[in-house]
Each structure stands twice: as structure tokens, then as C-alpha cells.
Design a protein around this ligand. Structure first.
Ligand SMILES: *Cc1c(COP(=O)(O)O)cnc(C)c1O
Length: 405
């Protein structure tokens, strides 16, 4: 007689407890089961003392939250389905109609689009500030300012701001600050306690640290996820209430992929940093390149702020941009990008494959602030895990395509 479906669903076998392996198990759930009604009613989803519904956490997501909180130097952490969702979660939790949010002029592009789109539609205004000029941030903070976004270094152009000064201005004005710490990955500097080595100032950083786990923590170019770390329980609960009401949970399989990649995070970050710096220095000596933008390299905007935040022997992400000499028209720079073979064309970074993207920076900046001094075309290079010598040969060959020969 074939088994009844009920016997397969309500099976009595329970495997022995005490299983241990290098990687944690993957728990997947929408439904979480309760022993009785009293347990169902008693369970508080806001804390990690039990389980209520998949959206509010499983053993797999709790583990990852705790590890990311440790990575960032925070006490609490929330996981969301992308880095951009982490930014949205912070905006939704802290802003209401009539409020204003301030964004650095070199902010992650989609964050600006969110401010121009949803936030504007919901009656929340925004201003952009020059992140390299603390006085510019200070003069823009007004009675309606509720949130200041910080990013170090800026997206694509990688100017490293005087982060401690910016955070201090927010604190002095009683405005919540949120740092996008994707570049630092929790390794190059601590977003809550800024300063390197002996110079670390406890509590000198941001109130909230978000991270696109999509980048280095995933490391595979195959997971989208974001995190929001905090140190204050009250702020965490505010963020968590919005997280619950907006339904921003993550799946167990994705959380497991990040858990599996975390042990090699520091090794990969260091390897990609070393490879990127070697290539960036080599490109500094090329006549086709007007400027290399890499905060750990002398002569890059904000290099001294990078030294303050990360230390003179500090770390940097394996990511930099080059500004081509203005004699090369955009079509020639496109030809350079198309001639690359190992570098593939694509967004994101932190994975094994090196990536290149040309950007039209003037269209991304506020004309009023005038924060972009260059005339040439910018290409961002994200260094993967290939042999750096092969990457250099690829770049050298593609530079030959610039002149149209
Ligand atoms: C990639 C990125 C994000 C967004 O991450 P997604 O997971 O792609 O949404 C946010 N901030 C920075 C600085 C990023 O590089």
C-alpha cells in the first residue's frame, strides 16, 4: 500500500540532536510552527528569543545578522533583500512628510533617484552637499533635517571625505547619520568608531551603518542582500518596525551563501586590494590617463582622509576609476571598454570577475556644487580574483584601441 500524504508530511522521525559541521544549516520558512496557542500568542517577533514567521527571522538569518553586526562593530543588524533596500528601509523608518534628508553629491546613484522619486512624492525633500567640505554640510542642516547620508569614499569617483568631521557635525546638530559602508566592507574602517590604530575615537562615527552584502560579503556576484547595523536598541526597533511593515525579508538560501563566503571575506578583500593598487599605480604612469581615482593612492582626492580613517598602511576595496585624457572622445573610451576581454562590462563589484563601466559623471552631479573638475571620460574598474598580470595585459592591449588604430 502506498503511503498516505499525511504520513509523509507529519512524519514521526526526528534526527538526533547535536549535529555540527563547519557550515551552519539552512533553515527556510514562511510558516513557523508553534507548540500551542499560548506559545503562538506569547512570541515577540522583535527579539531573537524565538521565531514567529519567516519574514522575522530563522536560525540562518539570525546567525548572519549577528555575524554582520560583529563585522560592522554594531550591536544589532537587520537583513534586507538588497543594498538599495537597506537605504530604503532607513529612509522609510526615519523620514516623514515635511522632513529633509541630505545626500553627498557623490552618493550611490540609485539612492539619489529614490530621493528624487519616492521621497519627493511622499513630501520629503532632499539636498545634496559637498562631502569634501564639512562647512557645506553644516550650513545645509536645518530645522527639517532628520537624516544625513554619508558614504566613504563616494560612489564611482571615490573621493574619501573627512568622515569623522561630517559625523561630528550631525551629532552636534542632533541629526541621525547613516553611513553606506559597502566600500569598507567592515574591514577598512569601523563605521561606528572612526579613526585608525591609536586614533580610534569610540562613538565618533555614524548612528546607522548599511552595507550592500551583494558586494564583498557575497563575493560571488550571485547574491543580492543588504544589512543595517546599529548600536542603539531603540533605533534598531524603529528600523525593524518598518522592516516588518514593508516586508523586507531575505531567503534562507541567500543567507547561507553569504554565511559561506564570510570566512574568506578578509582574504579576498586583501587580495583584491593588492591587485587593484598594483594596477592603479601602473595606470598612473600611462599617458592615456589624466587621473587615477583610488583613495589609498597619493594624489587622489581625499587621500589624507583615507589615511585618517583607515591608517597609513590601511586597507581599501579593490575598486578604482580612471579619468581618460580629454583628447579621447567618449566613443574612443567606449572602444577601449569593448576591447577588454578579461574585464567584463557590468555593474557591481566584489566578485571573482573583474568589471569595467564607463560613467558620464557630469550628468550625475549637481551643477550648483561643481564637485567634478574633470573633462575626460571616467571608467570604473572593479578588480576580481584573476591573476593581476593577466589583467594588466588586458588593460594594456585595450588601451591600444583608444587611438582607433
Ligand atoms: C551596490 C551598492 C549598493 C546597492 O546594493 P544592491 O544590493 O545592488 O542594491 C548601495 N551602496 C553602494 C555603495 C553600492 O556599491
Amino acid at each position: 500500500m502506498p503511503p498516505r500524504p499525511t504520513d509523509l508530511i507529519h512524519h514521526p522521525y526526528v534526527p538526533p540532536a547535536g549535529f555540527e559541521a563547519p557550515q551552519p544549516g539552512v533553515f527556510k520558512a514562511s510558516t513557523v510552527l508553534f507548540a500551542d496557542v499560548a506559545a503562538l500568542r506569547a512570541r515577540d517577533w522583535k527579539h531573537k528569543d524565538g521565531y514567529t514567521y519567516g519574514l522575522h527571522g530563522t536560525p540562518t538569518t539570525f546567525l548572519l545578522e549577528e555575524r554582520i553586526a560583529t563585522l560592522e562593530g554594531g550591536r544589532q543588524c537587520l537583513l534586507v533583500p538588497s543594498g538599495l533596500a537597506a537605504i530604503a528601509n532607513v529612509n522609510c523608518a526615519l523620514l516623514a512628510a515635511g522632513d529633509e534628508v541630505l545626500l553627498p553629491d557623490n552618493v550611490y546613484g540609485p539612492s539619489r533617484l529614490m530621493a528624487e522619486g519616492e521621497l519627493a512624492r511622499w513630501g520629503i525633500s532632499h539636498q545634496r552637499y559637498d562631502p569634501m567640505k564639512p562647512a557645506d554640510l553644516e550650513r545645509r542642516i536645518g530645522a527639517r533635517t532628520r537624516l544625513v547620508w554619508l558614504e566613504a569614499p563616494g560612489s564611482v569617483t571615490l573621493e574619501f571625505p573627512p568622515l569623522a568631521q561630517l559625523a561630528q557635525i550631525c551629532r552636534r546638530h542632533g541629526v541621525t547619520s547613516a553611513l553606506d559602508n559597502t566600500w569598507g566592507a567592515g574591514l577598512a574602517f569601523n563605521g561606528f568608531d572612526l579613526g585608525a590604530g591609536e586614533g580610534v575615537q569610540p562613538g565618533s562615527g555614524a548612528d546607522i551603518v548599511v552595507h550592500a552584502l551583494t558586494k564583498y560579503p557575497s563575493g560571488g556576484g550571485d547574491v543580492l542582500m543588504g544589512s543595517i547595523a546599529t548600536r542603539e536598541e531603540e533605533l534598531h526597533v524603529r528600523l525593524k518596525l518598518s522592516h516588518m511593515r514593508m516586508g523586507w525579508g531575505v531567503g534562507g538560501n541567500d543567507a547561507e551563501l553569504v554565511l559561506r563566503s564570510l570566512p574568506s571575506l578578509a582574504l579576498r578583500y586583501r587580495a583584491q586590494d593588492a591587485a587593484a593598487r598594483g594596477l592603479a599605480r601602473w595606470l598612473q604612469g600611462r599617458p592615456e590617463i589624466a587621473q587615477v581615482l583610488h583613495p589609498a593612492l597619493e594624489g587622489s582626492p581625499g587621500h589624507e582622509h583615507w589615511r585618517e580613517a583607515c591608517g597609513p598602511d590601511g586597507l581599501a576595496a579593490g575598486l578604482f576609476s580612471v579619468v581618460f585624457h580629454e583628447r579621447y572622445a567618449p566613443a574612443r573610451v567606449d572602444a577601449f571598454c569593448d576591447a577588454l576581454k578579461l574585464f567584463r562590462l557590468g555593474y557591481s563589484w566584489g566578485g571573482p570577475v573583474s568589471l569595467a563601466v564607463p560613467y558620464d559623471i557630469p550628468s550625475m552631479r549637481s551643477a550648483e556644487l561643481g564637485t567634478w573638475p574633470h573633462r575626460g571620460v571616467l571608467v570604473r574598474l572593479a578588480i576580481g580574483l584573476e591573476d593581476p598580470a593577466d589583467l594588466q595585459a588586458d588593460l594594456e592591449r585595450a588601451l591600444g584601441a583608444l587611438s582607433g588604430a
